[in-house]
Design a protein around this ligand. Structure first.
Ligand SMILES: *C/C=C(C)/C=C/C=C(C)/C=C/C1=C(C)CCCC1(C)C
Length: 248
């Protein structure tokens, strides 16, 4: 075997899968979502019964993302374009499930289905308007982004100051603590997405990625955001379940 042949082969493999930061983050994102799903599903057995549904949902969120990342990676490798439709289908399934998590952790303190639907409704408005601006009416991306942002800040409001906050405070202990962390994910973690949106919109900050030496910046930002938010969110729920299970 000739070393240069092996190296050429390896570099061909690398250039197919890791030719850019974008394809690399799709690949790593796919693996990370799969690993997180296995973890959340397996850990369901080690927490108190009342937390199993919450962990199940954490696992379903990362599993849905895993499947979509598998397809998004493929799509990106084949076309070099952003997999906008896959992306938004993923989000439209997973973000409402994150809203369900808020309902589940506040349920014992009086959280209602009405509150859950309010969160879900706001998240769907946020995503449909975002999709409109990204895929269907790019020339008015700012307007759709604005509508999306209003729905986003409504969710932030509910979690930081509104009903979710009040219920979590009433529940106290590990639930109040978890809500504080989830609040930070919604405020700081989710804020990553509008940055990606602006970088993906021509004439805005499209060139910003080049400063850091990569192009196709929008997908890189979205992929990093998903890893932080989907896995991080699930881990906060997991920590809450473990803490509360130890107590009872
Ligand atoms: C797992 C996926 C998550 C948590 C996705 C969250 C997505 C957002 C918070 C998106 C927000 C957007 C805006 C606030 C304005 C511009 C358009 C969006 C859809 C990127």
């Amino acid at each position: 075997m000739n070393l240069s042949l092996i190296l050429a082969d390896a570099s061909l493999y690398m250039s197919e899968h890791f030719d850019s930061l974008t394809s690399f983050t799709f690949f790593v994102g796919c693996m990370a979502m799969m690993a997180a799903s296995v973890f959340f599903f397996l850990e369901m057995g080690s927490v108190d019964k009342k937390w199993r549904t919450s962990l199940l949902i954490s696992g379903i969120i990362t599993f849905i993302a895993f499947v979509h990342y598998y397809y998004m990676r493929d799509y990106y490798l084949a076309t070099g374009d952003s997999p906008i439709a896959f992306r938004y289908v993923d989000w439209t399934l997973t973000v409402p499930l994150m809203c369900v998590e808020f309902y589940l952790i506040t349920k014992k303190a009086g959280g209602t289905m009405g509150l859950m639907w309010k969160l879900i409704f706001a998240s769907v408005i946020m995503l449909v308007t975002g999709y409109w601006g990204e895929a269907l009416d790019q020339s008015n991306a700012w307007l759709w982004g604005l509508f999306s942002g209003i729905a986003y800040f409504y969710i932030v409001y509910l979690v930081w100051f509104g009903e979710v906050k009040q219920l979590a405070t009433n529940a106290g202990g590990a639930v109040a603590e978890a809500n504080k962390w989830l609040g930070w994910f919604v405020l700081a973690g989710w804020a990553i997405y509008p940055i990606g949106y602006m970088m993906g919109t021509a004439g805005w900050y499209g060139g910003a990625g080049e400063v850091f030496g990569f192009s196709g910046s929008m997908d890189v930002i979205y992929n990093i955001g998903d890893a932080i938010n989907k896995i991080g969110f699930g881990l906060v729920i997991y920590a809450l379940a473990v803490k509360d299970s130890a107590k009872s």
